[in-house]
Design a protein around this ligand. Structure first.
Ligand SMILES: [Zn+2]
Length: 331
């Protein structure tokens, strides 16, 4: 039986949590735009209504970019946005974050990517660990981006790389060597796959890019062999349930594949993806899993623990946060 919301909600708020699938531009605090110009940015725009669903991915992506470029025009603006974004996550007891910034912004705004990286890292509050990931799109290997992409493995402050965006585009031949070099340099290797693309895109991410950390991956359920393999190889899926609902990956949250993936033994974590566009926070995600998919406190605790088990942080810190989650369960 589902327990009353208030006890579960206070449990969710209390436990240490992670976010490992979060786009900085898509996490721009909307209030910053309202403060910038409230005649252009109403405090309650249509797309931040709880029931709003995007007609398709292109519509969503266009809306995201149109809003993000109004704010992100300098490294300083990244710092200001990240400071506010990290502080509000800290208030929800988020302790570890892997967040990606869109490397192609370097081309749009003409700022050195390493300056953006430093601006993000200097915004991290005490008590939170943040790993910064550089995100690229499949067709983004332009003349300007080429020398940047080719040297990413040498950027000391960069913690990892990710493949963003439109899954229906083919993977171009520049990408696998870039992923290999970054893996060899010890960076976190990610790729978006199995959101709008089917199982073939997840196979591509693990076999061609060597990623063991898939952003979404929720459509892997369409292929039993793939599900078994993800479980066997301990591949992590960084799942964003409300994003999947709002973008129509499943008709509704009640149809989500998360439980089937977990039951098959695949380690999954929970994140918000693009809270600018979905008006969600990490507590909303856990609450939705409880109230609409019947996840118990124990199951929510396991999802939170998965975030720490697979985090790039010291073993002693991991154990500390996992012990705190276990202690909250027995209270
Ligand atoms: Zn994403």
């Amino acid at each position: 039986m589902i327990k009353p919301m208030d006890s579960v909600e206070s449990f969710i708020r209390r436990i240490p949590k992670t976010e490992t699938h979060l786009h900085i531009e898509g996490a721009l605090p909307y209030d910053l735009l309202v403060e910038l110009d409230d005649s252009r940015f109403p405090s309650q725009p249509f797309f931040r209504e709880r029931a709003y669903k995007y007609p398709d991915f292109v519509n969503f992506e266009t809306l995201l970019i149109d809003h993000a470029v109004q704010w992100f025009d300098s490294a300083e603006r990244y710092h200001v946005a990240c400071k506010r974004m990290f502080e509000s996550m800290a208030s929800l007891n988020v302790k570890y974050v892997e967040t990606s910034f869109h490397l192609h912004m370097v081309e749009f705004i003409g700022v050195d990517g390493r300056d953006i990286l430093s601006a993000i890292k200097s915004a991290v509050p005490e008590g939170m660990e943040v790993r910064v990931i550089g995100g690229m799109v499949r067709n983004g290997y332009t003349e300007v981006m080429k020398p940047i992409i080719e040297t990413l493995h040498q950027w000391d402050e960069l913690d990892g790389i990710d493949l963003h965006g439109q899954e229906w585009l083919d993977l171009e031949e520049w990408a696998p060597p870039v992923w290999r070099r970054c893996a060899d340099a010890g960076k976190i290797i990610k790729a978006h796959a199995g959101e709008f693309g089917g199982p073939d895109k997840v196979y591509e991410a693990i076999d061609v890019l060597g990623s063991r950390r898939i952003q979404h991956g929720v459509r892997a359920v369409e292929d039993e062999k793939l599900v078994a393999r993800l479980a066997e190889e301990n591949c992590v899926l960084d799942v964003c349930p409300l994003s999947n609902e709002k973008l129509g990956v499943f008709p509704s949250l009640e149809d989500h594949s998360l439980r089937r993936l977990i039951d098959a033994g695949i380690p999954c974590t929970i994140s918000t993806d693009d809270p600018l566009c979905f008006a969600n926070d990490i507590v909303d995600e856990y609450i939705a899993l409880h109230s609409r998919l019947g996840f118990s406190k124990e199951e929510l605790a396991q999802l939170a623990k998965n975030g720490f088990v697979h985090a790039r942080m010291s073993e002693s810190k991991k154990s500390q946060y996992i012990a705190e989650i276990d202690a909250a369960l027995t209270q």
